[in-house]
Design a protein around this ligand. Structure first.
Ligand code: S3P
Length: 193
């Protein structure tokens, strides 16, 4: 019988998560650039920790009954940021969970303060070419419309890094398997707790 490396990774991650789960007493909040993998890594992390997972953008869309792009188009970015802050504030009050935030959430001062005070922020980071490759797979992000995605991602990353750096935990999401990134997040949380 051959054992796939990914299943060994899953097994190791499950063991690590089991010992961590009972020590997590506040939301774990994934922050970082669009395309870095906050939602997919966050979802996997929640599954391992047996915590609820919420994607903040999806919650905003549900509350507004509109897509993020429709909110940007119809009401503008400040209106979106306001809704984003309110949704995240509510989620932060609902006990331990894993929350994936949109790339601009942690840049907004009030939202960042909320997350830093009531949650454990994890900055997921990776290089610009990887981000560009991932964000160009779909065309739903309003901030990427009307310009060269590579130039926009490069500029936003440079502008935003100093805010993301306020997160107490930073993990690099490399080009390898997702289980590897999840392991790094689990280990980083364990060290930080
Ligand atoms: C944004 C990122 C998006 C979404 C909105 C604005 C940003 O979320 O919240 O389009 O300002 O970077 P993802 O990071 O999940 O793409």
């Amino acid at each position: 019988m051959t054992i796939e490396p990914s299943s060994l990774q899953d097994h190791a991650n499950r063991a690590l998560a089991a010992s961590l789960a009972e020590r997590i007493d506040r939301p774990v909040v994934m922050v970082g650039m669009m395309g870095v993998g906050k939602t997919s890594v966050g979802r996997k992390l929640a599954q391992l920790l047996q915590l609820r997972f919420t994607d903040a953008d999806e919650e905003i869309e549900r509350a507004a009954r509109m897509s993020v792009a429709e909110i940007f188009d119809g009401f503008g970015e400040p209106y979106f940021r306001d809704g984003e802050r309110r949704v995240i504030a509510r989620l932060m009050d609902e006990g331990p969970s894993v929350i994936a935030t949109g790339g601009g959430a942690f840049v907004a001062e009030e939202t960042r303060t909320l997350i830093l005070q009531r949650g454990t922020a994890v900055w997921l980071d990776c290089d610009v070419p990887t981000l560009v490759e991932r964000v160009t797979r779909k065309d739903t992000r309003p901030l990427l419309r009307g310009g060269d995605p590579a130039a926009i991602v490069t500029r936003l990353k440079a502008e935003r890094e100093r805010f993301y750096a306020e997160a107490p935990i930073k993990v690099i999401s490399g080009g390898g398997p997702q289980g590897e990134t999840v392991r790094r997040v689990l280990e980083a949380i364990e060290q930080w707790l």
